[in-house]
Design a protein around this ligand. Sequence first.
Ligand code: ATP
Length: 442
Amino acid sequence: MTEHDSHGLKDMNELVSLCKRRGFVFPSSEVYGGINACWDYGPLGIELKRNVKERWWRAMTDRDDVEGLDAAILMHPRVWEASGHVAGFVDPLVDCKKCKSRFRADKLDPGVLESKKCPSCGGELTEPRQFNLMFRTFMGPVEDSASVVYLRPETAQGIYVNFLNVQQSSRQKIPFGIAQIGKAFRNEITPGNFIFRTREFEQMEMQYFVKPGTDMEWFEKWKAIRIQWHLDNGIRPSKLRFHQHGPGELAHYAKAAFDIEYEFPFGWQELEGIHNRTDFDLSRHQEFSGKKLEYFDEESKERFVPYIVETSAGCDRSLLVILADAYRFDGERTWLTLHPSMAPYKIAIFPLMKKPELLEFSNRVYEDVRKQFRSTTDAAGSIGKRYRRQDEIGTPFGVTIDYDTLSNQTVTVRHRDSMAQERISAEKLGSYVADKFQSWGK
Ligand code: ATP
């Protein structure tokens, strides 16, 4: 274990409290006592989230073979019959008759289920009953069965039903993919672990359409691309692994499935799924809609229903991994070793004291660097406290302007992780930071 690992996150509550204190994530509707498992992103949380999405979007769509899409959350109810969600998107739920705790039967120890005793209080458990995870609502003023619609439980279906629209309008040839970021909703029985499992969350999904027979080759390629993306976010390699779905775990539509897992303080858990979904989705939508969803290959003159390789990542969960992995506490100092591409602020500018001549120089430096990097400035309190505040939000560099700055135009740059300080020419600050970011982690 390295020194940094031993300073890593042990208890999620430490992170929950830092997130609240520094404005990353707040409990939703807090003034009303909060609402279970709903969270709001604060000023720094939304910056971090935008960075996560931006990196994902660039990684996915800065390729000639992937197009973007933003489909509606509310879709035709038949979509969810075709997808299998109306019949099959269910979890088995058991209740404790005494303490009213709820459990997912598939997550309980088989011995507990057999004994029918509540693991919390020893009370009697009910028989498992199937519970559909989709949120239902009504479209229009009449609340009858004909107007039932669902909040989408995944973004993928919006991509499948637009397959031909995107392919024809963008003139893509197979293989090609469609990427989408958007909200999804699941009425989870056991949400929790902060933003790990919530009922409203964002997904970052990409569906890649391939010729049958080439699917396993693409599946392997996307597995490699996707784990690299998490590594490039600065996640420690020792905390990431693949988990292959065994025959019992494999979803009805999948030919092969791997999860990318992260080791949280509460154990190894799924962060992203990579699935070979075969032609299940497009075939089902053909069947239910009566519309052909085939591809015609001009070269070989073949007509076929493409196979789909899916990469499905949680945006909030990726963000949680980034925060959890970056968290450090050495008994005195708390800091986030965020990768610069993720840090809400890249540079913090500090005038040593609130003296007009220092403030004036400091503002000039600040206005200059913020053209290039998202930056912040802070003139209040002791310099040590100001450093600590930035450490806690993961700002890679602190820059101090003091009286020497006025005489020789140099500034002190402090490194967040090592706390090392160097003096450099104020003029070179932008290029100095750009160089450091370029070679970060190398
Ligand atoms: P589980 O079995 O843990 O409920 P799942 O296998 O159904 O999850 P997928 O349907 O594969 O999950 O969803 C893809 C990704 O979406 C997950 O890897 C995760 O990052 C994210 N995700 C799914 N459900 C939630 C949720 N309730 N809260 C936050 N993120 C979620």
